[in-house]
Every structure is written in structure tokens, then in C-alpha cells.
Design a binder for this molecule. Structure first.
Ligand SMILES: C[S@@+](CC[C@H](N)C(=O)[O-])C[C@H]1O[C@@H](n2cnc3c(N)ncnc32)[C@H](O)[C@@H]1O
Length: 335
């Protein structure tokens, strides 16, 4: 097989929650809370994935270029880790896989024995990725999985042993707060084998204006991306959000160390969500929290690796030290 993907359904895994039901439930819970909130994992319907591709092309969104530079200049260091093994190259939250192409090209050129297993909750993103990979790398064994991170990993584990090389690129981990990151990384550790590798992208703390610009671009693409969350609720849950009555707001919180995004109601209004059979009231200037994007100190990364059972093999920085792809090894056996 080359360049295919599979959508996990309850028949593949008994405990896979139906994505639409969990979306409805999370919207109900989040909009009933004070302050209101919605999870950033719901940004990525087909339209959201398209908009995120445009965000990656923006000059303000430095993160993508940093990681391109890291992978382009340091691909050999990464390749050396897996040269002698056959392995699964598993990518969590793969998006369109454009940065991963650098690794794939190199591994294919060197004739490494591997299969590529991108896992992403967005079918839209997976369609784009498999189309791109089919075009670029006809010889690649690509077995995409449309699922939530851990449901995808559980399914992968059923396929048996084998060295895993896991990629968690971009600033996906940054959507989790500190306790959530620890739980996530430890759960990941549980599904991996001793000696497996993990590469995680960390956006480092830097000049605050640079970070703010990355989430407040001049073309308004990030604004559209944030507002698309309300549009998705309109489309999938039959709501009547008027997008013109909400403002995109994104700012850096020095105390939490995160860029935080909100949608702010510009007036007093009531929104009805048909699938929930419920109305939600908004005061003027009331906010919905939509995203955390945590930024890191180098000491945070060391602490996180130590606390969750990994050793740091190498820190791969871009030339400006804005971003690091941190290479970790799974440790299970005490010596
Ligand atoms: C910010 S994009 C980054 C994409 C890619 N890693 C990159 O660096 O370009 C986040 C991706 O993770 C996916 N995603 C978000 N939450 C997820 C979850 N809980 N399980 C699986 N995929 C998820 C989204 O659909 C999206 O494609």
C-alpha cells in the first residue's frame, strides 16, 4: 500500500468516542462555564485545516520557518538515530506533513526501511497530506490514521512490536498546560518501547511583540481561523452565531507563559444551538477562551523530559534560537 488513510471508527476500537458527539458535549460544557471556553482541538475541520496551511505561509508565523531550517540543516543527526533499524515513523497531529517531507525525502534516498504513520484528528488535513505524499513520494509506505492521538496509538500498538520514531512537531504540545503535558507525555511513554525516540517541537520564550504578531497577522488569517470555530458550530451543530458580532483577540500572558486566544462578544446577544436544544447568552465584551499556546524555557524542557521518563538526546535549534526540536529517548529498563 502507498499513500492511504483510515478513519478509526467504533468498530476498530471500542472506546473511540464519536467525534461529533464529543464535539457537541464539549461545546455544551465549555459554553456553560464562566468564563466560557472552547477547545482548540476543534479548530481543524476541513476549512480550519485549509486556514492553518495559510497561517504556516505567513511571514509573521515564524514557527514554521524555524522548524524548516532545523530539519533542513540537521536531518543527518536525526537520520543517524534510526539508520540501522527498520522503524515506524509515527507523526502525531501531522497536519499537511510539509516539514516531515524533509525527513521522508532523506530516509527514502538512503533506502531506510520504514513506514510513515501520520495520525490526525482532521480528515481534511489527512486528505491534503496523503494527496501531497502520493504526488511527492510514490514509493513511500504511508498509512494515515484519522483519530485522536491516543486512539491512533492504541491501534498502532495492536499491530505489534517494532522500533517507533515519533514526531510531535510544530507547537502541538504547547496547546496543553503543564500538568496536561506531563500526562500526555507519560501516556505516550506507556505506549512506546524502551529505546524508541520522540521529537517534540517547543516554541521558546522570546520577544513578546514577535510572539504577539505571529497570532495577530496583518492579513487576518489567524482571525478567520479562530472565528471558523463558531462557523463550525453553526455548520455541524446548527447554531446561529453571527461572526460579525465577535472579535478575535490574542495576547501573551507573562504569568502563564502562553499566547492565549479568545473570541469576544461585541454586544449583548443570544445564540441558539439546535443540536443542543439550548440558548447561550453573551454580555457585551464577554469572552470565549479558544487556545493556549505555551512558550518554554530550556529548563522547562529538561524538567518535562525528566519527569516523564525520557532522556534528552539532542536539542536541535534554529539559528535564532526561537524554536527547538527536542530529541528524546524512551527509558524503561533501569540499569
Ligand atoms: C497546529 S497544527 C500542526 C500540524 C503539524 N504538526 C505542523 O507542525 O505543521 C495541529 C494539528 O494537530 C491536529 N490535532 C489537534 N488536536 C488533535 C488531537 N487531539 N488528536 C489528533 N490530532 C490533533 C490538528 O488536526 C492539526 O492538523
Amino acid at each position: 500500500m502507498s499513500g492511504n488513510y483510515k478513519i478509526l471508527s467504533p468498530s476498530d476500537l471500542e472506546d473511540v468516542a464519536d467525534e461529533k458527539r464529543s464535539f457537541a458535549l464539549d461545546v455544551l460544557v465549555g459554553l456553560s462555564e464562566i468564563p466560557k471556553r472552547l477547545s482548540s482541538r476543534y479548530f481543524y475541520d476541513d476549512r480550519g485545516s485549509e486556514l492553518f496551511q495559510k497561517i504556516m505561509d505567513l511571514p509573521e508565523y515564524y514557527l514554521t520557518n524555524c522548524e524548516f531550517e532545523i530539519l533542513n540543516t540537521q536531518v543527518e543527526i536525526i537520520a543517524d538515530l534510526v539508520r540501522t533499524h527498520s522503524f515506524n515513523l509515527v507523526e502525531l497531529g501531522a497536519g499537511d506533513g510539509r516539514k516531515t517531507s524533509i525527513l521522508l525525502e532523506y530516509f527514502l534516498q538512503k533506502k531506510y526501511k520504514f513506514r510513515y504513520v501520520p495520525i490526525d484528528i482532521s480528515e481534511g488535513a489527512m486528505k491534503i497530506l496523503t494527496r501531497n505524499m502520493n504526488e511527492k513520494f510514490p514509493g513511500l509506505k504511508c498509512e494515515g490514521i484519522v483519530a485522536e492521538y491516543f486512539n491512533g496509538l492504541k491501534w498502532l500498538n495492536k499491530l505489534g512490536e517494532g522500533r517507533n520514531f515519533v514526531l510531535f512537531l510544530g507547537s502541538n504540545l504547547g496547546n496543553f498546560n503543564k500538568p496536561q503535558s506531563r500526562v500526555f507525555l507519560r501516556n505516550l511513554w506507556n505506549t512506546l518501547n524502551d529505546g524508541d525516540y520522540l521529537i517534540t517541537g517547543f516554541d521558546l520564550k522570546k520577544d513578546i511583540d514577535l510572539m504577539r504578531q505571529a497570532y495577530n497577522d496583518k492579513k487576518g488569517i489567524t482571525r478567520a481561523f479562530n472565528l471558523n470555530l463558531l462557523q463550525r458550530i453553526n455548520r455541524e451543530l446548527g447554531a446561529n452565531f453571527d461572526l460579525d458580532k465577535f472579535q478575535h483577540y490574542s495576547n501573551y500572558d507573562v504569568f502563564t507563559g502562553a499566547m492565549e486566544s479568545y473570541l469576544v462578544s461585541l454586544e449583548k446577544q443570544t445564540v441558539f444551538i439546535r443540536e443542543l436544544g439550548q440558548t447561550f447568552n453573551f454580555e457585551p465584551w464577554e469572552s470565549i477562551h479558544t487556545e493556549y499556546s505555551y512558550k518554554y524555557l530550556e529548563s522547562d524542557i529538561v524538567e518535562l523530559a525528566e519527569a516523564t521518563g525520557y532522556s534528552i538526546v539532542q536539542q536541535l535549534y534554529d539559528s535564532r534560537h526561537y524554536f527547538v526540536d527536542s530529541v528524546w529517548r524512551v527509558h524503561k529498563i533501569e540499569t
